[in-house]
Write a protein that binds this ligand. Structure first.
Ligand code: KG4
Ligand code: ZN
Length: 357
């Protein structure tokens, strides 16, 4: 079924159309980075207003560019910023109801998990094999999952910050702009990974979990102690060395449970998704790990690592194909209390999230 996907959980308004076999026919994105950048992070109220403006326009454009009628609507219902989610949820539900189309409510993380199976060059979506070990690393999440028999089980997770969040927070102190991840990735390419000693704390009682807050604090302390606060992209070799060292430490933390998880679960495939899966070093290290172990590693095209609606449309197709039906009159946004977007904690706290008491 040709599927319209809608994603408005955070700071990207995204709309996509996939044909019945999961080929991407349209994949549009309106980034709000410029709107939030002056605040150093996502401002929830601003995100909702920007989604309201962009969404109808993007849907119209996407529908114009595809070769047949849409037969299913898929929309992200959470987790995310409740006001941002509501724009997509209400629009998607009304669109489905008004066009007499079925609707699929999609979990944002399920979208990320399915994103590596999409192709950006027009091939059909790849079927999910049995037993996949999947890393989701974004601004809001960092977890390893087992995907098996159509189900998902979380095997390990961050105990504090998400990987992307730590890139963003450290990048902010360093003055490389928002979001910090892509900037630090760029800078790291010309830096020395061994230049700055940074800790890689592990949790003794939970070997599959990881932590970024100790690393983040040590990194921020090092930046301040060495006069690099606010130095920005023009900070020369010292900033590049710091970026390379910090990136290597984050990647080490994310990869630390992989050997043990692979030994336990004997995956057919290892994947990574979410914004941090665009990271150059993480991609290289995962690919090298796969070659060494003889395990296939499948990474989404960089354009599908960050938030997008193609992954939401695909997850919706799978949900609908599995017999799940969602009523547009009862569809609601699910903010999850534990979830916070990168940066701007104070602004988030000023917004009452539905479902929070
Ligand atoms: O998946 P995503 O678009 O949104 C969330 O669901 O959070 O991920 C955004 C996160 C940001 O924290 C950003 O800094 C990080 O992904 N990111 C990167 C890179 N590109 C994006 N982190 C490291 N290296 C990159 N190349
Ligand atoms: Zn995401």
């Amino acid at each position: 079924m040709r599927t319209l996907g809608i994603e408005t959980s955070c700071d990207e308004t995204a709309v996509a159309v996939l044909d019945g076999e999961g080929r991407i026919e349209a994949n549009l994105l309106s980034s709000q980075i410029a709107a939030h950048a002056p605040f150093g992070g996502v401002v929830p109220e601003l995100a909702s207003r920007e989604h309201l403006r962009a969404l109808p326009f993007l849907v119209e454009r996407a529908l114009e560019s595809v070769s047949g009628p849409v037969e299913l609507v898929a929309v992200t219902t959470g987790p995310g910023l409740v006001g941002a989610l509501l724009v997509g949820v209400r629009f998607g539900a009304a669109f489905a109801w008004g066009s007499s189309l079925p609707l699929a409510a999609v979990d944002h993380l399920e979208g990320h998990l399915i994103s590596p199976f999409l192709d950006v060059e027009g091939a059909p979506a790849r079927p999910e094999p049995e037993r996949v070990l999947a890393l989701v690393a974004s601004g809001g999440h960092s977890s390893w999952y087992l995907m098996a028999n159509g189900g998902r089980r979380r095997l390990g997770r961050t105990r504090d910050d998400a990987a992307g969040e730590s890139f963003d927070k450290v990048g902010k102190v360093l003055g490389v702009g928002y979001p910090g991840g892509p900037a630090l990735d760029r800078l790291a390419r010309s830096g020395d990974v061994a230049a700055v000693p940074l800790p890689r704390p592990r949790l003794k009682d939970a070997p599959n979990d990881f932590s970024f807050s100790g690393l983040k604090s040590a990194a921020i302390r090092w930046i301040r102690d060495h006069g690099l606060a606010g130095a920005g992209e023009g900070g020369g070799a010292a900033v590049a060395d710091f970026a390379a060292s910090f990136e290597a430490a984050v990647v080490d933390q994310l990869m630390a449970p992989l050997d043990e998880l692979a030994a336990q679960h004997e995956p057919r495939l290892v994947t990574a998704a979410g914004g941090v899966a665009a990271n150059t070093l993480l991609r290289d290290r995962l690919a090298a790990w796969g070659l060494e172990r003889g395990v296939e590693v499948l990474l989404p095209a960089p354009a599908l690592t960050t938030d997008n609606a193609a992954m939401i449309a695909r997850a919706g197709q799978i949900r609908y194909g599995g017999g799940r039906r969602d009523d547009p009159r009862r569809l609601d946004a699910r903010a999850r209390k534990a979830w916070q977007p990168p940066g701007m904690r104070a602004a988030v706290e000023s917004t009452r999230e539905v479902g929070e008491r």
